[in-house]
Design a binder for this molecule. Structure first.
Ligand code: ADP
Ligand code: MG
Length: 326
């Protein structure tokens, strides 16, 4: 079963930032309002994510790190099948099979906290610990027992940059949550919870650059069950960067060809030839109208009505941009 977890781990846990992604998403799922990420040595030595979310009861700690699918594997042929099933319920099991892992948690209202440790997949009994309401996960020495994978880790700076990018995209997705990021004991980012549109735009500015608010246009439009909001860089913006493009579908960062095409067309049509506009856009729609789980680790989606979504995006952006010219 260990081998299976390690192989499965390769699917979604391929570098420190993918550990951070899974942990922060768990914290968000747990209703956290404050999430702290501490990194040492680009994540190779330590990844720690602390939250003030709902916590986990002591008797459920072993379950949280248990792999749900291991018992289903009868032969080597099944492995591929399992890997392609994706990752629901597998993240903690996977990362704890390739690191020295600890999960400490306290449920609000409970007297104390409990901590469970897993060493390269070997589970130790839960013990009482100190912790405020919420959870902390520590992942130390990632891939220490999988040398082939450890080889693929890049320089500390590179791995940390991936984590920083990931946190930016999560911070933009959830502006009501406070995020902190530290590296080697030094604070790197502090994003306080944004309670109104002005504060949200401030967070956007911290990620996209201080000149973005002055060089952007507010979008907020709904029609036919689709709602698009956020900010797009004006054609006059000087420092618009191609990678400062954030598009969220129901709160999830997405890279989608339909979306990219609609945005590009809207800009090209108005006056933005050959440039890459910066934007932060949020599309909300009925979850039944979109499949976000095409691949759990990738940013792909599949819209049920692609044409409708494309035309809505194009028209909304086109109208907004065209006004700036009038
Ligand atoms: P999944 O998130 O797909 O359920 P994970 O392996 O990521 O699988 O997590 C397993 C379980 O552990 C979660 O379903 C949740 O019950 C619990 N859990 C993990 N992290 C946290 C957290 N930060 N706060 C509360 N519960 C958590
Ligand atoms: Mg999870």
């Amino acid at each position: 079963p260990e081998l299976v977890n390690q192989i499965a781990a390769g699917e979604v846990i391929d570098r420190p930032s993918s550990v951070v992604k899974e942990l922060v998403e768990n914290s968000l799922d747990a209703g956290a309002t404050r999430i702290e990420v501490d990194i040492e040595a680009g994540g190779a030595r330590l990844i720690r994510v602390r939250d003030d979310g709902g916590g986990i009861h002591a008797d459920e700690l072993p379950l949280a790190v248990a792999a749900h699918a291991t018992s289903k594997i009868g032969s080597f042929d099944d492995l591929e099948h399992v890997a392609s099933m994706g990752f629901r319920g597998e993240a903690l099991a996977s990362m704890s099979s390739v690191s020295r892992f600890a999960l400490t948690s306290r449920v609000r209202g409970d007297d104390g906290a409990f901590r469970i440790e897993v060493d390269g997949g070997r589970l130790h009994a839960a013990r009482p610990a100190q912790h405020p309401p919420g959870s902390s996960v520590e992942v130390r020495d990632l891939f220490y027992n999988v040398p082939a994978r450890k080889k693929f880790m890049r320089a500390e700076r590179t791995e940390f940059a991936h984590i920083d990018d990931l946190l930016k995209s999560l911070a933009l997705a959830r502006s009501s949550v406070e995020f902190r990021l530290g590296h080697n004991g030094k604070p790197v980012r502090v994003w306080k919870a944004a309670r109104d549109e002005q504060a949200q735009l401030q967070r956007v500015a911290e990620v996209l650059g201080e000149d973005f608010p002055a060089q952007s246009l507010r979008i907020d439009h709904a029609s036919a069950g689709l709602h698009l909001s956020g900010w797009v860089g004006l054609p006059t913006a000087s420092r618009a960067q191609a990678d400062a493009q954030y598009f969220y579908v129901n709160g999830r960062l997405v890279r989608d060809r339909i979306v990219a095409h609609a945005v590009r067309q809207a800009y090209a049509d108005v006056l933005f030839h050959g440039r890459h506009p910066a934007f932060v856009l949020y599309l909300e729609l009925d979850p039944a109208g979109v499949d976000v789980n095409v691949h759990p680790a990738k940013h792909e989606v599949r819209f049920r009505e692609q044409r409708l979504v494309h035309d809505f995006l194009f028209r909304t952006l086109h109208e907004a941009l065209a006004q700036t010219r009038a």
